[in-house]
Design a protein around this ligand. Structure first.
Ligand SMILES: *[C@@H]1O[C@H](CO)[C@@H](O)[C@H](O)[C@H]1NC(C)=O
Ligand SMILES: *[C@@H]1O[C@H](CO)[C@@H](O)[C@H](O)[C@H]1NC(C)=O
Ligand SMILES: *[C@@H]1O[C@H](CO)[C@@H](O)[C@H](O)[C@H]1NC(C)=O
Ligand SMILES: *[C@@H]1O[C@H](CO)[C@@H](O)[C@H](O)[C@H]1NC(C)=O
Ligand SMILES: CC(=O)N[C@H]1CO[C@H](CO)[C@@H](O)[C@@H]1O
Length: 416
């Protein structure tokens, strides 16, 4: 009887709790590791959560009326104000498999397309790493630290992008009176593109603002090209902007200070059977070096190395204005990325990395520009039309990315 009462209590709690629906939210577990030089690597029982927009969000009491989506925007009737939207709308648990997300042990697979009853559809999942409580995001503070992961990009053809990056989202996902769900339901996304999502920190974005924050792209890649790119914003944490207060004329640098070995002249470093052989799994290590080699210092360099077949592969050494270089430094950024520099450059991104950032995994395609900026022309070996999503969907619908073995900690502690 006591059990039954408890059960009834739970159900009542769920149906009356504003904004959280009846379908349970079950986060796929993804084991990760925290490492130190002294103690080695300790497993963390972390999990992932899909972005809030991939959760059903509907009218309270009627699951067939949507409160809005990225494509349609907010439902104007239910979401006339921030308060009425919070009152009228219910967020349900997500179906991870139906969004192309699978985990097993320490490995995460993201699919771009899914087949249901013989028909393929696009799913484009974006997920965030939750901490061991499952309630808040896992915050990464990586100054004077390194981050490593294994990746399988072999089926990411020209035009695809399997991404792993950090953004200065709030630890709680902006949980609050108008957003009781918070990080558990994937709210709070922001990045240096200042996207005008229908909800910002889980609150209806009635005014159509952009949500900006510092972003560190550890990995944007397919099997043919790769980029490592910090993006600086002249702000702390999530910032809501309008019009010209947003990216590339306002508070954030949308382009970033990127390191793509192909674009910098080493066309045979990364790719099918190149020095880093993308037909097989490899490890990617990124190190955040500070001026005084402590976590309190200022970020001065972002270093990259790879491990494949048990061998460490140093990053490509390229010629930049007559100087050899193999990492992202202030000198490189001030010459190649003036807007990044004007937003505060490495020092500014470094402050965000010190305050703590959320880890994001995604897979996406690009019907507007075919991902040419990453892998075509001077950036990579793909031609300008191969990345057309219609071609990818027809020829390579199984395209996916697998991230595994995610570790962070002292420099030199995360890889063998
Ligand atoms: C739910 O909304 C749909 C579409 O507006 C409507 O046809 C249906 O009658 C509603 N159901 C309930 C139970 O109100
Ligand atoms: C890498 O991914 C490809 C394509 O998804 C798959 O066929 C292959 O087995 C994977 N490799 C490893 C080592 O898991
Ligand atoms: C960055 O923000 C500070 C403080 O708001 C402001 O004084 C400065 O002009 C901004 N820098 C740029 C390049 O916008
Ligand atoms: C681009 O590459 C694809 C696949 O190799 C080929 O079919 C297509 O003709 C090429 N397009 C151009 C403009 O070269
Ligand atoms: C963001 C983007 O352009 N996504 C596209 C991915 O490809 C499918 C078709 O295969 C398009 O419908 C999406 O718009």
């Amino acid at each position: 009887m006591a059990r039954l009462l408890l059960l009834v209590g739970c159900i009542l709690h769920f149906t009356t709790a504003q904004q959280i629906g009846k379908i349970p939210e079950i986060h796929p577990k993804l084991q990760t590791w925290k490492c130190t030089k002294e103690a080695g690597c300790i497993p963390q029982e972390t999990s992932v959560v899909l972005d809030a927009l991939s959760h059903p969000l509907h009218e309270k009491g009627n699951s067939s009326v949507s409160c809005g989506s990225y494509n349609t925007g907010l439902n104007p009737t239910l979401c006339a104000t921030q308060e009425s939207c919070a009152e009228n709308c219910v967020l349900e648990g997500a179906d991870y498999a139906a969004h192309g997300v699978q985990t097993q042990g320490d490995s995460l697979v993201l699919h771009q397309y899914l087949e249901v009853d013989g028909t393929w559809s696009t799913v484009t999942p974006r997920v965030y790493l939750l901490d061991e409580s499952g309630r808040d995001y896992n915050m990464f503070r990586l100054l004077n630290q390194e981050f490593s992961f294994d990746v399988n990009v072999s089926s990411l053809v020209c035009g695809m992008n399997g991404a792993l990056y950090l953004a200065e989202m709030e630890e709680s996902g902006g949980r609050g009176a108008l957003n009781p769900a918070g990080a558990q339901y994937g709210t709070g996304y922001c990045d240096a593109q200042c996207s005008d999502d229908p909800w910002i920190n889980g609150v209806a974005n009635i005014a159509g603002k952009g949500s900006c924050c510092n972003e560190m792209d550890l990995w944007e890649a397919n099997a043919r090209a790769t980029a490592l790119t910090p993006h600086a914003c002249n702000i702390t944490g999530l910032y809501e902007c309008t019009g010209n207060l947003c990216g590339n004329s306002g508070v954030c640098d949308e382009s970033g200070c990127g390191f793509n070995p192909y674009a910098l002249g080493d066309t045979q470093f990364y790719g099918y059977r190149e020095v880093v052989d993308t037909t097989r799994v490899f490890t990617v290590v990124t190190q955040f070096i500070t001026d005084d080699h402590t976590p309190q210092g200022s970020l001065t360099e972002i270093r990259r190395l790879y491990v494949q077949d048990g061998k460490v592969i140093q990053n490509a050494v390229v010629d930049f204005d007559g100087t050899e270089m193999d990492s992202i430094t202030n000198e490189y950024c001030s010459e190649s990325a003036s807007y990044f520099t004007s937003m505060g450059g490495l020092k500014q991104v470094g402050k965000a990395i010190g305050r703590g950032m959320v880890l994001i995994f995604s897979i996406w395609n690009d019907s507007g520009a075919y991902m040419n900026w990453l892998d075509s022309g001077t950036s990579g070996p793909c031609n300008s039309t191969q990345g057309n999503p219609t071609i990818i969907e027809a020829k390579y619908p199984g395209t996916s990315v697998t991230f595994s073995n995610i570790r962070s900690g002292d420099i030199g502690s995360t890889y063998a």
